[in-house]
Design a protein around this ligand. Structure first.
Ligand code: TYM
Length: 338
């Protein structure tokens, strides 16, 4: 953060995303869209969580490409390196270092209870590695290095932030005031966008069925087709109600992207069929994603600009995070270098 920003006493926020494929509409609505909007009112740091993606086996040359693409995607979504610190996690060595220290203050039992660990170890039984298990301690380090007030995420990351808060209580309890307590910031609507094919499951880029998710680079005709095929129910009414997971999900997407309340959406589609509604949802998604796809096409060709941005981001992030790391090392009793 610049000195100027600090004197304005803006609150700080931080969040990250893994570079494991093109971001989905779920990532966009649940997280990145909010990140962009919050840049005006907060001091923000956003990063590509590439170290986290190593917990699942990756093809090296493919990962390298995806990290750069993910960085370009963040910028394409309106994350502005002039306003926010935008960096790549592995370029900032303090993350892995504090991650180790925090592992030593995180209990085996706590990590065993994490649903993401349980899900991912079930998905990849051949590679249940120590990194996958310790992942939330690294995530706590990502957060605490920047002493943020808020961490804007989708619902699925809430448990990790709660564990981060437990770690803060533990460390502050032993050593005094080391970390500021971060709060999760979860949007009122859209914090869990569901699969278009199995609306009881979260929309995810690792879904085997590509019709279940929309990526933020999907072409308009692909988007329209995916919404046309979206699973609904055997009724006909566009109304938000328990048991109507598919319609609830589509109404949420439409409501967030058009800034209309669920009641307004319901009124708008009174007497109209699901076909008309799905078409309208598809169209509003196309409208939201078209400028992003255009920005991305331009940015991904400008390697020099991307490098300049992530170099600057890493320098800014290193400077801030180093201060916290030095404080932690001192508090826990490590001898400073001569
Ligand atoms: P990741 O990469 O899985 O997801 C990035 C963000 O997108 C949100 N999200 C969703 N929101 C609504 N509906 C969905 N279907 C949906 N799918 C994903 C996620 O909640 C998240 O906010 N562990 C993190 C990355 C991370 C991080 C951090 C985040 C590493 N260190 C520190 C915050 C702070 C992850 O895997 O997110």
């Amino acid at each position: 953060m610049s000195e100027q920003v600090n004197t304005e006493k803006k609150k700080m926020l931080l969040s990250g995303i893994q570079p494991t494929g093109v971001f989905t509409l779920g990532n966009y609505i649940g997280a990145i869209r909010n990140w962009g909007q919050m840049q005006e009112d907060y001091d923000c740091a956003y990063f590509i969580a590439d170290l986290h993606s190593l917990t699942v086996r990756q093809e090296a040359s493919e990962l390298k490409k995806r990290i750069k693409e993910a960085y370009a995607l963040l910028l394409a979504c309106g994350i502005d390196p002039e306003k926010s610190i935008v960096f790549i996690q592995s370029h900032v060595p303090t993350h892995a270092e504090l991650g180790w220290i925090l592992q030593c203050y995180t209990q085996f039992g706590e990590l065993s209870r994490m649903t993401q660990f349980k899900d991912k170890s079930a998905q990849h039984p051949e590679n249940v590695n120590a990194g996958l298990f310790a992942y939330p301690a690294l995530m706590a380090a990502d957060i605490l290095l920047y002493q943020p007030d808020f961490v804007p995420v989708g619902v699925d990351q809430k448990q990790h932030i709660e564990l981060t808060r437990t770690i803060v209580n533990r460390i502050n309890g032993i050593y005094g005031d080391v970390f500021k307590m971060p709060e999760p910031y979860i949007g009122k609507s859209g914090a869990k966008i569901m699969s278009l094919q199995s609306p009881d499951k979260k929309m995810s880029k690792s879904d085997e069925n590509p019709n279940g998710y929309v990526t933020i680079l999907d072409e308009p005709n692909v988007i329209m087709n995916k919404f046309k095929r979206a699973v609904t129910d055997s009724e006909t009414e566009v109304v938000f109600r328990e048991g109507k997971d598919g319609i609830n999900n589509l109404m949420t997407i439409y409501s967030v992207l058009t800034n209309k309340s669920l009641e307004e959406v319901q009124k708008e589609f009174e007497g109209k069929g699901y076909g008309d509604f799905k078409k309208a949802v598809g169209e509003c998604v196309v409208d939201a994603l078209t400028p992003i796809r255009e920005n991305y096409a331009r940015l991904i060709k400008d390697n020099a600009y991307l490098e300049e941005c992530y170099k600057k981001g890493a320098e800014q992030a290193t400077r801030i995070s180093y201060r916290t790391l030095a404080k932690v090392k001192k508090k826990v009793g490590l001898l400073p270098p001569a």
